[in-house]
Ligand binder design. Structure first.
Ligand code: TRP
Length: 341
């Protein structure tokens, strides 16, 4: 049989990304990833998946899983993912991913898996549970992407190595069994990803580090205010037009994400004139953060409790995702000549 590369009938390029259902989304997730997803759903055929199988590699207890999955779906929809535009689904509902994972495992080498940074990090963090799923995490991720023959994967720096591995597995498959997969690449509208600094002046907002320095989309108004008012500052500028120290730069960076241009400009001028009052700066930032976060929080809360709506979203997403996955698995089986009869 002719082994030509399959092209997708729909003209649009396919975007695929996975979201781990562990913990609440924070401002870093929003500006670093979600906002791009929202933009992409207008132009691409998007598949956004809740990676519940992946979460078993670090969270084997499944009691809380349902809540976490519903929560992450609700937060993503509240933040702008439109289930009528993007396909929103749950990994464990797509058995074809597991089949492709099995096949790809035979094309992945122990040595390269052991060298993966995220694996080494996890071994350090959970030495008592170095399971095989942890080792083959990047293979499962490659299956997530390749099952839709996706072209673009909107992920940050920490996922580059996994993506590189997905390209390698795709190449090995193509080489051994005949061209099928295009090589997926990271894509973020060609822009430097927005970094969202943490409120303690150390690094980015993140789930695992200082909780009080990270703003979550689920934080209530008072908590947002408290966190912002505690943000690190210094004693203030004494020389006109001096450069801002990193922790002040961070506050301005956060402000530029949620406040109006005029507001940022005003405080910037005050800083330049040495008339700035950090108390006022933080109060303003706190109010603008509340204005930004509270509608998302309230929307997420409503969606989270609307189980019927979420069930319908996932059902619709699963149907579309499975159709795409089945088509790919059919081609995989053909390429590998598994269709004996
Ligand atoms: N590993 C990703 C993370 O930790 C989540 C993920 C799972 C993913 N499957 C994916 C990302 C497929 C992109 C594509 O964030």
């Amino acid at each position: 049989m002719e082994k030509e590369k399959e092209t997708r009938p729909e003209g649009r390029q396919i975007v695929m990304s996975g979201i781990r259902p562990t913990g609440y989304l924070h401002l870093g997730n929003y500006f670093g990833a979600l906002r791009n997803y929202v933009r992409m759903q207008e132009q691409y055929d998007c598949y956004f998946m809740v990676a519940d199988w992946h979460s078993l590699t670090t969270h084997p207890d499944t009691k809380e899983l349902k809540n976490s999955v519903l929560r992450v779906l609700a937060e993503n929809i509240a933040a702008g993912i439109d289930p009528s535009k993007a396909c929103l689904y749950v990994q464990s509902r797509i058995p074809e991913i597991a089949e492709l994972y099995l096949i790809l495992n035979m094309l992945a080498y122990k040595g390269e898996l052991e060298k993966t940074s995220t694996f080494k990090e996890k071994v350090r963090l959970q030495p008592e549970n170095v399971n095989a799923g942890l080792l083959t995490y990047p293979v499962l991720q490659a299956a997530d992407i390749l099952i839709h023959r996706a072209r673009y994967v909107p992920v940050g720096k920490d996922q580059q190595q996994h993506l590189e591995m997905a390209r390698n597995f795709a190449q090995r498959f193509n080489h051994r069994y005949g061209d099928l997969f295009q090589e997926p690449e990271a894509f973020n509208f060609g822009e430097e990803l927005v970094k969202v600094p943490s409120l303690d002046g150390a690094g980015k907002m993140s789930k695992s580090e200082n909780q009080f320095a990270t703003l979550y989309l689920a934080d209530d108004d008072d908590l947002i205010r408290k966190k912002v008012m505690k943000a690190k500052t210094d004693t203030g500028p004494t020389v006109k037009n001096s450069a801002k120290p990193p922790e002040i730069e961070n506050i301005f960076q956060l402000m530029s994400l949620v406040s109006t241009e005029d507001t940022v400009k005003k405080f910037d001028e005050d800083y330049g004139n040495c008339t700035i009052r950090y108390g006022d700066l933080k109060k303003q930032l706190a109010e603008d953060m509340v204005k930004f976060i509270s509608p998302i929080r309230e929307k997420a809360e409503n969606i989270y409790h609307d189980t019927a709506f979420l069930a319908q979203v996932v059902e619709q997403g699963t149907e579309k995702a499975r159709k795409s996955a089945k088509a790919t698995i059919e081609l995989v089986r053909q390429r590998m000549e598994f269709n004996y009869f």
